[in-house]
Design a binder for this molecule. Structure first.
Ligand SMILES: Nc1ncnc2c1ncn2[C@@H]1O[C@H](COP(=O)(O)OP(=O)(O)OP(=O)(O)O)[C@@H](O)[C@H]1O
Ligand SMILES: [Mg+2]
Length: 309
């Protein structure tokens, strides 16, 4: 039966069509809502991870602080003990031939005094380096999460944010690529620094994932910064696999991923895009398959008054 005939015989045809259309748009609306909710969940998850990291960092900060300060005192005491020991050793010949001299020689051998004298300063140096690294990681975690800033607009040094983010994702990058920094002179930028750090983190991790890795050799990630007429830009460029032309228009879409199931949610770039937009900035990409990819994030130095309020 053709449409006209159907319309003739069925008085509800038009209403049925209308119902189908409404149903279609409701289904579409529903899936949009579902996507928005998933994005919210993901960004809340990131925020909670930040909070957790900041909490842990805060707790570690105290004990590390006193270990560090006691360490300084311990080094001073040890230096004094070594001075005292040297004085005893100088006086030792005076005891020659006495039973005490024999006991001292036996003890010296038993505890391997010469070895101890060499090893103690080395142990102290290594421990100092270790504890300094823990302190740096804790500081980076605090800088990275910036939860103490309660997600408020603040004036921040973007280089510091990029550096702490680089340290946090070091483990993802170090086996696959070398990072080359080419920083310009940047003014302080009014921003939500923990959120901008998430943008840098995603771009850096994506760049590392684009490298072949393993046998096929290491890649290079260039991190460049600069200013241009009231704006600052940060570029992250890799010489990895590049993005296929047909995908370039979709990479900022939520859930677009070319990674295997369980390896990527496809939310990194869409969340990053949202964060940069919130900063009244823009994100540009330039990529060629087989050559590499360059992302450029540009944000204004200061925010419009009502945005930062
Ligand atoms: N530097 C890059 N080199 C090559 N492809 C990239 C690069 N950055 C992004 N892509 C492509 O864009 C897609 C989307 O990136 P996005 O960061 O949004 O998600 P993802 O990395 O797949 O997952 P995740 O949610 O874990 O970040 C990636 O799957 C990849 O195909
Ligand atoms: Mg990603």
């Amino acid at each position: 039966m053709d449409d006209k005939n159907c319309q003739d015989c069925c008085p509800y045809h038009a209403q049925l069509d209308e119902l189908r259309r409404t149903n279609g748009s409701l289904t579409e609306l529903n899936s949009q809502l579902q996507r928005a909710q998933d994005q919210l969940v993901q960004s809340e998850k990131l925020a909670s991870i930040g909070q957790l990291a900041a909490g842990v960092a805060h707790e570690i900060n105290n004990p590390v602080g006193y270990v560090f300060s006691n360490f300084g005192t311990l080094e001073k005491y040890l230096a004094e003990l070594f001075r005292m020991l040297a004085a005893y050793e100088e006086a030792e010949p005076l005891l020659a031939g006495t039973p005490a001299a024999g006991r001292l020689a036996a003890l010296r051998e038993e505890i391997e005094l010469d070895y101890l004298k060499e090893d103690v300063p080395q142990l102290m140096n290594e421990s100092r380096e270790g504890i300094s690294r823990v302190r740096k990681i804790v500081q980076d975690l605090k800088d990275f999460s910036h939860v103490d800033a309660r997600r408020e607009w603040e004036w921040a040094d973007l280089h510091r944010g990029i550096d702490s983010t680089l340290n946090i994702v070091n483990n993802e990058i170090k086996y696959k690529a070398d990072v080359v920094k080419d920083y310009g002179q940047l003014p302080q930028v009014q921003c939500l620094s923990s959120e901008l750090n998430q943008v840098f983190m995603n771009l850096l991790v994506n760049a590392a994932h684009a490298m072949p890795g393993g046998e096929k050799g290491r890649g290079t990630i260039h991190v460049r910064t600069g200013t241009e007429g009231g704006e600052v830009w940060v570029e992250i460029e890799d010489n990895g696999c590049g993005i296929a032309k047909e995908n370039l228009g979709r990479i900022f879409d939520p859930f677009f991923t070319t990674k295997a199931v369980g390896q990527g949610t496809g939310l990194g770039l869409s969340l990053s895009y949202g964060i940069v937009q919130k900063h009244h900035g823009r994100m540009e990409v330039d990529s060629e398959t087989g050559r590499g990819t360059r992302f450029r994030v540009t944000v204004p130095v200061s925010q419009p008054a009502e945005a930062a309020a």
